[in-house]
Design a protein around this ligand. Structure first.
Ligand SMILES: [Zn+2]
Ligand SMILES: [Zn+2]
Length: 73
């Protein structure tokens, strides 16, 4: 997965809590969005696994398909 900085379009470096832009020296939080309706997904955490659920009728979304959107903390 690669996510780009919303400010400078530089590729973000993944961190424990989200992502970091080396160019802007800014931390971002990653929000999970549905690839079909682009609404924010509900994050379900169970037994160390994370599932993403679309409340707009698209059900469980595989992590590979989730759109991660960087937002300023
Ligand atoms: Zn940046
Ligand atoms: Zn959806």
């Amino acid at each position: 997965m690669s996510v780009n900085c919303p400010v400078c379009q530089n590729e973000l470096v993944p961190t424990l809590t989200g992502a970091y832009c080396e160019h802007c020296q800014q931390n971002f939080k990653l929000e999970a969005h549905c690839p079909d309706c682009h609404k924010q997904l509900q994050v379900l955490k169970a037994c160390g696994a994370v599932d993403y659920f679309c409340q707009n009728g698209h059900g469980l979304i595989s992590k590979k398909r989730v759109e991660f959107t960087p937002v300023t903390e």
